[in-house]
Ligand binder design. Structure first.
Ligand SMILES: CC(C)(COP(=O)(O)OP(=O)(O)OC[C@H]1O[C@@H](n2cnc3c(N)ncnc32)[C@H](O)[C@@H]1OP(=O)(O)O)[C@@H](O)C(=O)NCCC(=O)NCCS
Length: 225
């Protein structure tokens, strides 16, 4: 896995948190992350936010940094992941290592069941991810209508596109139109316009939810795993 330019992980929250049993998950947070965490009130939001940090840090430590012999390993508390701007607005997550902002594109998404993170180190490439979940009644309805999971796929792809290519504007689903691509897969229009850069859209469907990863940027960056 080390050496590839896009790395991603998709795990259930339960499985993820089990890995921290006996160890204090909050011990992985940096001092400034602890301050943000302390302000989150809703239990599900707290758990989702924490799982996003744990999985992203695991990905960075194992798949991005993986220290060479003799190199001093980075401790998880030396990695800062922040997704709020100075005015407290939600933004694309930024990664800081020992106080130095990294030129990486990281994206995080959580459902009430799982967490998905993806990171690209390729210059000029951005990445966006989303996990869309239907209620049991919606799943039965979608299934009986023979629509498969198109609704959740469209939604997950819209959000992942937004996370990959937006620049400070609000998420407005109607501005992003997801369309089938000749030869299979999906592409999109933003305000009716073709994408400016080459992009790849990956979808993973399960019985319960749909996960989408959008990679936008130069074509040599699109090797994924
Ligand atoms: C992107 C958004 C629709 C996703 O919300 P959601 O479906 O409830 O949650 P998801 O689990 O799919 O994604 C949440 C993650 O998206 C990331 N995210 C948030 N805003 C983002 C943005 N503008 N671009 C890229 N990623 C973003 C964060 O990492 C967040 O996780 P975290 O808070 O644990 O770090 C929502 O966060 C949003 O509307 N953000 C934009 C807010 C805004 O208008 N910003 C403009 C500044 S004026």
């Amino acid at each position: 896995m080390v050496g590839t330019r896009l790395v991603s992980r998709y795990l259930s929250r339960r499985v993820l948190l089990r890995a921290w049993r006996g160890a204090e998950a909050e011990d992985w947070l940096s001092p400034s992350e602890r301050e943000v965490f302390a302000e989150l009130r809703d239990p599900s939001r707290r758990e989702g936010w924490l799982c996003g940090r744990l999985l992203a840090k695991r990905l960075i430590l194992d798949d991005v940094l993986a220290p060479s012999v003799g190199e001093e390993a980075i401790h998880p508390t030396e990695i800062d992941i922040h997704s709020r701007d100075g005015l407290g607005r939600a933004t694309r997550p930024r990664v800081t290592l020992r106080g130095r902002l990294q030129p990486w594109a990281l994206s995080i998404a959580h459902s009430d069941r799982s967490v998905l993170v993806a990171l690209s180190r390729a210059p000029g490439v951005s990445v966006g991810v989303d996990v869309a979940r239907l209620t049991p009644r919606e799943r039965r309805w979608v299934h009986s209508a023979g629509e498969m999971r198109l609704a959740s796929t469209l939604w997950a792809v819209k959000e992942a596109i937004y996370k990959a290519v937006s620049y400070g504007e609000q998420f407005t689903p109607l501005r992003i139109e997801v369309c089938p691509r000749a030869g299979g897969g999906y592409t999109y229009h933003w305000d009716g316009a073709e994408p400016e850069a080459a992009h790849t859209i990956h979808i993973a469907d399960s019985d319960r939810e749909t996960a989408a990863i959008v990679i936008a940027g130069s074509s040599d960056s699109q090797a994924t795993q």
